[in-house]
Write a protein that binds this ligand. Structure first.
Ligand code: EPZ
Length: 416
């Protein structure tokens, strides 16, 4: 298993190009299943999770040409299977997002239950109860969701929680349903809007994107289209915090700062020197004071940036408090950060971080995608050489991470 060897401390200096968003392309890729016509997607990032969804689509019968190229072409005309098997779903929970499209187009789907993961149980009850309201018959047998319908019907759906995945599955299911579907308490994450814009580009009838109430009127047919997803706001936030941790000076290109409003306003309030433009953020050397924040659904502070913020808070002045409200076990990075000398105390779902802590290199291990990003930030700030093991967690969501860090002046090598 690969590991990354980082020698710190380093100040990040230079420019980084943000890749297109993993969490936008994952639902967009499953939405391809709705359409019998060819779809061209541009600048798909080279990530493990993307490879997994490519394998999943090919197992279902989608022909894919141009993997790794600027333009990738998908031909979903001849779907030969309606089953997403456990071996793929267990490596990537987002595979559950094939459920809505397969049900909508083929009236049948068999998808392995995703199971929990390192950060929590992550049930899919909100997905299933609302698909049933649209006329799906759902059976849970042998670790699989077996779903069928005589034809999905538009319905009024009120989500008990603004679940990102449930909103996405239901949007896709509604695109071909008979009549109007209203999704209330829909998630507001930018990736939801991006999926909606892609569905509209294929011919879907959707109003209300960017609001808590999304209205979708089913259509009979979809047409070919070419689409490019938005920049990855979580990748951008990760480089932003890595730069601030070492008082670096970094130009972050390819990200609309509106997607990071809660992150940027928190950091500016704490003293960060930032400038922004339509598709860039320039972070300059800053001296930050302690931070107190709670994670929340968009537009609140994103849970996917919580681990990276904790790593940053070990380097700023004062005692910071970060409280996690979205997932029940999303502090796996804390014991690993403490191995590097961080002084963090966990109280319930809050982490209390002593700032201005000199970090010292030590071997650490990745546990989940964003926890691993926290270890990268800490290793860059730490004195000495840190080996970060199980780097495959990082490769799930950060394109060319070591290459981008090296270009920013970080001493990092990948060791196989
Ligand atoms: C998406 O996961 C993201 N993944 C996650 O990013 C992100 O952390 C999460 O949204 C929250 O923003 C992708 O987009 C591929 P949810 P998702 O459904 O859709 C509970 C990363 O690091 N819930 O909004 O699974 C659930 O247990 C990943 O890139 C139910 O109870 O998130 C959790 O506590 C990690 N029942 C909360 O809602 C359901 O049916 C948020 O889950 C669905 C969710």
């Amino acid at each position: 298993m690969d590991k990354l060897r980082i020698t710190g401390p380093s100040r990040l200096m230079g420019e980084v190009q943000i890749s297109k968003a993993k969490n936008a392309y994952l639902p967009i890729l499953t939405a391809v299943l709705l359409n019998p016509n060819g779809i061209t997607l541009r600048e798909i990032p080279n990530l493990r999770d993307i490879d997994t969804v490519f394998r999943l689509l090919e197992n279902l019968g989608v022909k894919i040409d141009g993997k790794g190229q600027t333009e990738t072409y998908f031909n979903p005309a001849n779907i030969s299977s309606l089953e997403a098997t456990y071996d793929l779903v267990k490596t990537m929970r987002a595979s559950i997002l094939v459920l809505g499209p397969l049900l909508a187009r083929f009236k049948k789907a068999k998808v392995s239950l995703p199971g929990g993961c390192a950060i929590g149980a992550r049930p899919i009850d909100i997905h299933l109860v609302n698909l049933e309201k649209m006329g799906a018959k759902i059976d849970l047998t042998g670790g699989y969701v077996e779903a069928s319908t005589t034809g999905l019907k538009g319905a009024k759906l009120v989500l008990s929680f603004p679940s990102v995945g449930a909103t996405e599955n239901l949007m896709m299911a509604a695109v071909l349903a008979d009549g109007e579907t209203v999704i209330e308490n829909a998630a507001l994450e930018p990736e939801i809007d991006d999926l909606g814009n892609f569905l509209i580009a294929m011919g879907a009838n959707i109003v209300g994107l960017g609001t808590k109430i999304i209205r979708i009127t089913g259509v009979k047919n979809l047409h070919p289209t070419t689409y490019t997803a938005i920049g990855d706001r979580i990748e951008a936030a990760t480089y932003l915090m890595a730069a601030l941790a070492g008082e670096g000076d970094v130009f972050i290109r390819g990200i609309d700062p509106v997607f990071l409003e809660s992150v940027i306003s928190l950091l500016v309030d704490a003293g960060a020197n930032l400038e922004t433009g339509p598709d860039w953020i320039h972070v300059m050397p800053s001296s930050l004071k302690a931070i107190k924040i709670d994670t929340a659904p968009f537009p609140g502070f994103p849970t996917d940036v919580q681990a990276q913020l904790i790593a940053l808070c070990t380097q700023i002045h004062g005692t910071s408090i970060i409280t996690e409200h979205i997932f029940e076990n999303r502090f796996m990075h804390v014991p690993e950060l403490c191995r590097l000398g961080a002084r963090i105390e966990l109280k319930g779902n809050s982490a209390i971080i002593e700032g201005s802590t000199p970090l010292v290199a030590a071997p650490v291990m990745c546990t989940d995608l964003r926890a691993s990003a926290a270890l990268i930030i800490a290793a860059i700030a730490a004195q000495g050489t840190t080996d970060i093991q199980r780097v495959y967690h990082l490769d799930r969501g950060y394109e060319n991470l070591d290459g981008k860090l090296r270009a920013l002046g970080v001493k990092v090598v990948r060791i196989s």
